[in-house]
Write a protein that binds this ligand. Structure first.
Ligand code: NDP
Length: 326
């Protein structure tokens, strides 16, 4: 019903560094932003332990703490931060329609997409079975590592995330076995050195997962194979961690926005603009290259400025705020 439809100037979807930074800028520019947090309030950083590379924190900061501070900063300027999951959009007209939790309908002059990316899994039946059972499969060492104190675990992946998570687990667990599918890491040298120099991390190169083993309820091992020799063997483990990258959370936009072959939103180079006027993108939903908190925050700022200028050009009664540029 028409009276149930909420009208907003600026709707921000997602609550990582990109979303909150967009909110800080949009709020200070009198755009009255409404921000929906999605299923993981605070985004991927809430699953990261120590953030040491975000400028302004000489001693580092934990991911969850940084996200609480970003939220507080957005709320200080009266961003309307809400729980809710955007399930559908219609970007076919001038007014951008967005549905929250399949029911609430919002009409937004501008939309800033900051939906980030989600963890990928291997897709093995046994992996999915124990994941759904909550029986020992996880894509977040920081969230779940605690449950495996003094136990033996296996982690898959060879990027910075896998190294960071393996190192984190090594401090809690008796032993961490790391499965690397090639004969080299993808991670930066410093992260690779960190895992190589940790006594209780064993690295198995050219090794892939054949099966996650268990008793039907919980994981008790992992069957692996060497992809050079095809030899298989079982590794006893109570936890199986997957750290093989992420998929952009962009499925609901695919009918309206241009996406690349892996699902990242294509922006007009050097801007946050998408192929739909009034719809902007920031953070990992469009960035498969840098994927850092600080770059996400930077593009969040760009999206708010682009949205503000779009509104100003469209509606002469909307004044571009000078505070944005202070
Ligand atoms: P990446 O895409 O960098 O790495 C994914 C890893 O998973 C690769 O080693 C890949 O292997 C492996 N992999 C993918 N699919 C499979 C599979 N089916 N079976 C086995 N292994 C598989 O993702 P990350 O999440 O590690 O990093 C994403 C970005 O975030 C990077 O830019 C990274 O630098 C950054 N980052 C930075 C951090 C920091 O600075 N503190 C911390 C975490 C991430 P292969 O190499 O063979 O392709």
């Amino acid at each position: 019903m028409a009276e149930d439809i909420e009208k907003v100037k600026c709707l921000i979807i997602g609550s990582g560094p990109a979303g909150y930074t967009a909110a800080i800028y949009a709020a200070r520019a009198n755009m009255g932003p409404v921000l929906y947090q999605g299923s993981q309030p605070g985004g991927q950083l809430t699953t990261t332990n120590e953030v040491e590379n975000f400028p302004g924190y000489p001693e580092g900061v934990t991911g969850p703490e940084m996200m609480l501070q970003l939220q507080a900063q957005a709320e200080r300027f009266e961003t309307d931060v809400r729980n809710g999951w955007v399930t559908k959009v219609d970007f076919s007209g001038d007014i951008h329609k967005v549905w929250v939790n399949d029911t609430k309908e919002i009409h937004a002059d501008t939309v800033i997409i900051s939906t980030g990316a989600s963890a990928k899994y291997l897709g093995l039946e046994s992996e999915q079975k124990y994941l759904k059972l909550g029986g020992g499969v996880s894509a977040c060492a920081v969230c779940d590592g605690f449950f495996y104190r003094n136990q033996e675990v296996v982690i898959v992946g060879a990027g910075d995330s896998a190294c960071e998570e393996a190192h984190y687990l090594s401090k809690l667990c008796k032993k961490v076995t790391m499965l690397v599918r090639r004969d080299e890491f993808r991670a930066s040298k410093i992260m690779e050195a960190r895992v190589r120099n940790t006594e209780n991390i064993e690295i198995l190169f050219n090794t892939e997962t054949d099966e996650v083993l268990g008793d039907g309820q919980v994981v008790n091992g992992v069957r692996v194979f060497n992809n050079k020799t095809n030899e298989k063997h079982d590794i006893p483990a109570t936890g199986f961690f997957v750290a093989i990258g992420h998929k952009p959370n962009t499925d609901i936009f695919k009918d309206y926005l241009d996406l690349d072959e892996t699902g990242y939103i294509i922006n007009v180079p050097g801007t946050s603009k998408t192929n739909v006027e009034g719809v902007f993108v920031s953070g990992d939903a469009a960035d498969h290259v840098y994927r850092q908190a600080v770059t996400a925050a930077g593009t969040g700022c760009m999206a708010a400025l682009d949205a503000e200028r779009y509104l100003a050009a469209k509606d002469s009664t909307f004044e571009v705020s000078t505070s944005t540029y202070n």
